[in-house]
Design a protein around this ligand. Structure first.
Ligand SMILES: [Zn+2]
Length: 252
């Protein structure tokens, strides 16, 4: 019993640039990153829930420990939220039997070897025909890219129309792009870019992203007035954003 406890304590002994905080009964290590900054902040990585604390150069270890201790409920809450959303997210595999989302619905991938390549949806199956299995990711991506143009526009068109009637603004162009860091973007010239991967997401999430970008045609920032406008069109945008984060990622 004592030995077990001792081992547990030893295994959580922090290194020089590390600390340990007990969150929800679990010893959580964190990295201490010192830099030329003025405030302390805690960052939790999305992919592995690891914690790092960014601090000014001169701050003492004791101050860091006190700071992290005072935020341990926040750390616990955010780590469990991230872990939950990572569990829900379907890991993409490009092989027979894998699951892929389309407009928020899961489909089972069936891989067929065929000279004529292409993708056909039938019930809850995605039939992917490829010359060789290593072509699956490419062929499926090209299909998603084509579907994005059709399906994302189906969702966006009535919203664009409604927004133009009410606000007198409309995008100068809509582009469908491959991007790892954003779902949508609106340029100062009114070009709205939508991430192709958005076609995997449930329709309420697509609506939210489109409305967010349309509101940027009025406010080119994330000011409180911008958020008030989004809230006016999508009062439950927070729930939609959460659903999007829990369902798909544009990073993989
Ligand atoms: Zn924005």
């Amino acid at each position: 019993m004592m030995l077990g406890l001792l081992k547990k304590m030893l295994s959580t002994e922090p290194r020089k640039n590390e600390g340990v905080v007990i969150c929800g009964g679990e010893a959580v290590r964190y990295d201490i990153v010192r830099s030329n900054r003025r405030t302390m902040s805690i960052v939790i990585r999305r992919d592995d829930c690891s914690v790092s604390v960014r601090v000014p150069l001169s701050v003492s270890n004791e101050t860091i420990t006190d700071f992290v201790d005072s935020r341990k409920e926040w750390i616990e809450r955010h780590r469990s939220q991230i872990a939950e959303s990572n569990r829900n997210r379907i890991v993409r595999r490009y092989e027979d039997g894998a699951t892929h989302l389309f407009l928020g619905r899961p489909y089972t991938l069936r891989l067929n070897i065929d000279k004529a390549e292409g993708v056909v949806i039938d019930g809850d199956t995605l039939h992917v025909s490829v010359k060789s299995p290593d072509r699956c990711q490419k062929v499926l991506y090209e299909w998603y890219a084509r579907m994005a143009e059709v399906e994302l526009m189906k969702v966006a068109r009535p919203l664009i129309h409604m927004f133009a009637e009410e606000k007198g603004r409309q995008p100068s162009a809509i582009k469908f792009v491959k991007a790892k860091s954003y779902w949508g973007q609106c340029s100062s010239t009114g070009v709205i870019k939508l991430n192709i991967e958005l076609v995997r997401a449930p329709i309420p999430c697509i609506e939210y992203i489109v409305m967010h970008e349309l509101c940027h045609l009025v406010h080119h920032n994330h000011s409180s007035r911008f958020h008030a406008l989004v809230e006016c069109y999508v009062p439950d945008w927070k729930a939609r954003k959460k659903l999007l984060e829990a369902t798909v990622s544009c990073r993989c």
